[in-house]
Design a protein around this ligand. Structure first.
Ligand code: GLY
Ligand code: MN
Ligand code: MN
Length: 445
């Protein structure tokens, strides 16, 4: 256990020691002598020489933080120092890959690779070798096992609980993303459209677009009602009413995933009230985070809170219980309450019970819920309740048995505001939780 005052290097050293010990134990339990992890490589657009975007394999990034490294390998062979083969071709078209430095250079053996393809077999003495990564089974060296499911389940489980180093990375990522959200809000207040808000966000977070952990969602007015809205209008609308920004930052491979929703002076007063209502119950849900809490229960409680807000604001005229029961709240919010967060925005392990990978599927009514586990100290989760006007989902209610349960004139008034989502990133601690999505000074590292 490291302490708050430890340096980033001390935490990173402890992180790598933890991984070495955990990998040794997992490999021994599963009867492997070594595992070779491939970072992956970008595809090439068809009939073109331009590459697609790239993000390194999570289990490779877990050790290296190098999410931009392509064609690299990491050999974990207990008894020897982990060996990082980093691809550094002789290439005058691109800047040469620099050798990793700092704690990584201290704790891993580094070996440059001039060519793509398998690392030299001379250092791999495993009788039983696992290889993990996005590779073709037909290309496996003789006897190697590609992506053994039990091994992947155990390694995914290791990613579920974040150590001090990882929490620190998530904290720093959050601090940058918060600065970006502030810039986005200011740009919106100045009359900027979606593209200019995106550019203001990137400038404030010091990221190019290929570095963000997921494509920023920046929706003005009805675009805020498309859950993963993927465009940026160049021009601002004549009457900007609302802005939803779901945008993050990556620090050493760890992602922030934050959403804020803003109402402009042109917004319907009810929309502002709904934004405040969602914020209020988001805080109440966060206040309950602690080890032992079943995330599926918390997700169900999000629907109860949402139903109560719809009743209080007279959007619906049936009881809160009836609104949940008939599925109406799921039409207003079809996604899950949150998910595990780490190297991947939707991090691995959220739907398994244990390190054997015992499946923990979501309830039939909540197929989009990505985290179905009982919480435990070290888990980092998002809490992101929403409330949207999505005509496609509301249509069956509008034209069905519940048509009198909803005040459709109010729904229509809100439609050009799109929707609301409020999303924070929270660590579950031994005695409760720590919300990373709060303004604090950027700590060292
Ligand atoms: N940014 C995607 C999500 O919130 O899950
Ligand atoms: Mn998000
Ligand atoms: Mn999220």
């Amino acid at each position: 256990m490291t302490s708050q005052t430890d340096s980033a290097e001390t935490r990173q050293r402890a992180h790598l020691e933890r991984l070495e010990a955990a990998y040794a134990s997992i490999l021994a339990t599963q009867g492997f002598d070594a595992v070779l992890i491939y970072s992956g490589h970008a595809g090439v657009h068809f009939a073109d020489d331009q590459e697609t975007s790239f993000k390194g394999y999570g289990h490779f990034v877990h050790w290296t933080g190098a999410s931009h490294h392509q064609h690299d390998w990491l050999l974990i062979q207990p008894g020897s120092k982990p060996r990082w083969y980093y691809y550094a071709p002789a290439d005058f078209w691109h800047l040469a890959t620099l050798a990793p430095t700092g704690v990584l250079a201290e704790m891993l053996t580094l070996e440059p690779l001039r060519d793509t393809g398998w690392p030299p077999p001379r250092q791999i003495s495993a009788r039983r070798l696992a290889v993990i990564g996005n590779l073709d089974a037909s290309s496996m060296p003789l006897g190697a096992e590609l992506n053994p499911p039990a091994l992947l389940a155990a390694l995914d489980e290791l990613r579920m609980r974040k150590d001090d180093y990882e929490r620190h990375c998530l904290f720093v990522a959050n601090q940058w993303a918060l600065a970006g959200h502030e810039a986005a809000r200011a740009a919106f207040a100045d009359g900027a459209g979606e593209l200019d808000i995106q550019l203001a966000y990137l400038a404030a977070t010091r990221q190019r677009e290929s570095q963000v952990p997921y494509q920023n969602i920046i929706g003005i007015n009805h675009h805020a009602g498309t859950l993963h809205y993927q465009h940026y209008d160049v021009e601002a609308p004549d009457v900007p009413r609302s802005l939803l920004v779901d945008a993050g930052h990556a620090h050493a491979g760890y992602a922030a995933d934050i959403t804020r929703t803003w109402a402009s002076a042109h917004a319907d007063p009810l929309f502002e009230r709904l934004v405040q209502g969602v914020k209020d119950y988001q805080r109440r849900l966060i206040a309950r985070l602690a080890p032992g809490l079943d995330f599926v229960d918390l997700h169900r409680d999000m629907h109860r809170h949402l139903a109560e807000l719809l009743v209080e604001t007279r959007l619906i005229s049936i009881s809160a219980e009836a609104a949940v029961e008939c599925g109406l709240t799921r039409a207003f919010c079809p996604h899950g309450l949150g998910h595990s967060l780490g190297i991947q925005v939707h991090d691995v392990g959220g739907r398994q019970r244990d390190n054997r990978g015992t499946p923990l599927p979501p309830p039939a009514a909540d197929p989009a819920l990505r985290l179905t586990r009982v919480l435990d100290a070290g888990m980092v989760v998002t809490i992101e309740p929403g409330l949207y006007v999505i005509p496609m989902l509301l249509a069956p209610f509008r034209h069905g048995a519940q048509r009198d349960a909803v005040d459709w004139s109010v729904v229509d008034r809100l439609q050009d505001h799109g929707g609301i989502r409020i999303e924070d990133n929270v660590i579950v601690t031994t005695d409760g939780h720590d919300n990373l999505t709060q303004d604090k000074l950027i700590a060292e590292g």
